[in-house]
Design a protein around this ligand. Sequence first.
Ligand code: SF4
Ligand code: SF4
Length: 404
Amino acid sequence: MQTNITAKYRQTVEGQTAESILRSCVHCGFCTATCPTYQLLGDELDGPRGRIYLIKQILEGNSVTEKTQIHLDRCLTCRACETTCPSGVRYGVLIEIGRRIVERKIPRKPLVAFKRKLLRTILPHPRRFALLLKLGQTIKPLLPDSLKRKIPLSQKATQWPQTNLPRKMLILEGCAQSVVTANTNAATARVLHKLGIQLLTAPKAGCCGAVSYHLAAEEEGLNFMRQNIDAWWPYIETQEIEAIVITASGCGTMVKDYGELLKDDQNYAEKAKQISQYAKDIGEILDKETLTQFNTTKSQKISFHNPCTLQHGQKLNTVVETILKRIGFELLPISDSHLCCGSAGTYSILQPELSQQLLTNKLHSLQKDSPDVIVTANIGCQMHLATRADVAVKHWIELVDENE
Ligand code: SF4
Ligand code: SF4
């Protein structure tokens, strides 16, 4: 794609990055067919190619309007378009740049601005999130059914083996996950323990930075990343650990991007690059281990929802399915498995109508063969699916853990 970026943007790293991405797009439109928002809305500007044009226009100095912002906001950042694109266009990077520029130019309506600030103030902080959840659970009986289902029960913390083992890994405990689905990381610790791996936590690590970063608060997101790097670095410096295990694929995608996002930060660039290399989804870890001790003969029909952040973000398309089949589980076929469930970080809160339509379609695919359980690999998808699923929704590692 030919571009004519203004001198103002060409002088910035942001502008140069965007220009090279724009130039790699041959505007073939293959990506449009696999875009969930284009499928729902049928408007070119609600598909990847249209959004790429909008961002190009912004960088070429054309006026930016509220309409531009609406089309960019409607993008789920699911990155299904990246998987489809034959030219390797890094759409995920481009949309973040576009959104940040628009954010600086178009002021948000006060209520929307408040919502976005509130999300950034609460979600990345487990104590604040736990307090809000407690409040929601207390008033839940007074709420209408439609709201009741949105307030999850918190799982009870379960046993986490503490035995000292020679092989060690570190886990990113996560923010929302550590509050709502604490069993996921405990199950991970138990499964790894059976494989002879001790799972450690770094108490000063926190949110991966995704909430702020995807809400166009770049510096706030980068500060969460720096905080994690500081917390994890001593374990890497001493070569105490083999990997940083991540059980929420949304967080995993973010941590794997630390190297790229902090490459211009003199103090953190090298550390960030190494941290990204250490980051592994729990699926990648189990994929390399002998799993015969977890073999099952249980007859259980399972639907696996592969989160966008796992299949499109981390390009781990079959790793979990392969593990579950290796140990004997029956996986049901899922149609349109490349499509987003509508959770997409804070999207389900900020774009509720589109999010609910995507959820309806996704549950239809996941439940059409009457599964006994739905499993997934990301806390956001898990909570979102559970609001309307007819069966239990779990993290897939819990199935492995239940298999004594
Ligand atoms: S498929 Fe790739 S090259 Fe084609 S329009 Fe989409 S982003 Fe551009
Ligand atoms: S990231 Fe997802 S929603 Fe956004 S343009 Fe690409 S396919 Fe469409």
